[in-house]
Write a protein that binds this ligand. Structure first.
Ligand code: ZN
Length: 135
């Protein structure tokens, strides 16, 4: 399997994802909007044991819109969001996809929490779109 490498903005946090074909999703939830300071997150979803990370990470203990615990890991040096672990998706590594060194392969297949999507944000017909999450 191919290793996909990534790093934070300052470069002190680096990671490797070993997954040929991770699910790529756009999340419009209000927490992702806050954390990224943007309109949505683009993330990859893979088994947690495929993700290896090194660097000065810090964790913010969040509560997701589903009510479950969400761990939001970010670089303690530059603040780049890196990894999310959610009780609602136990065993998954949710990686902030903009941090990959090569982002050319990213092709979102689903969009979630569309009920909090900013109106101008495009909803591609090529993605499966959910008001919240796939049940
Ligand atoms: Zn950093």
């Amino acid at each position: 399997m191919t290793k996909k490498t990534g790093r934070c903005l300052c470069g002190r946090t680096t990671f490797t994802l070993t997954d040929d074909n991770p699910t790529v999703a756009i999340c419009h939830c209000t927490h992702c909007q806050k954390q990224t300071g943007s309109a949505f997150s683009i993330v990859t979803i893979s088994p947690r044991d495929r993700f290896v990370c090194a660097g000065p990470l810090k964790k913010f203990n969040d509560i997701g819109e589903s009510g479950g615990a969400v761990s939001r890991w970010f670089c303690a040096e530059c603040g780049s969001p890196i990894l999310t672990e959610a009780a609602a998706m136990a065993g998954a590594a949710i990686v902030k996809a903009g941090c990959f060194d090569d982002t050319s392969w990213l092709k979102p297949s689903l969009q979630i929490y569309c009920d909090s999507r900013q109106e101008w944000a495009p909803l591609a017909e090529s993605t499966a779109n959910f008001a919240k999450t796939p049940a």
